[in-house]
Design a protein around this ligand. Sequence first.
Ligand SMILES: [Zn+2]
Length: 68
Amino acid sequence: MADSTRGMCVWREDCDGEMWSTDCGKGFTLIEDTPAENGMRYCCFCGRALVQLQEVEPEFTEVNDAAG
Ligand SMILES: [Zn+2]
């Protein structure tokens, strides 16, 4: 099985960026900013390279009601 994230630990943003769940099954709470912005380059749990996945902010699409 090919694993493109081998040697890396992917952190996914949860709960509006306050909570990050890690590939190795842990959770980490950051008061503010991202792991990278906090100077974290490696997972503090498993020691692999930290890769952060941030939720893409949904674009606010204006709903134009064609009411008429
Ligand atoms: Zn990890």
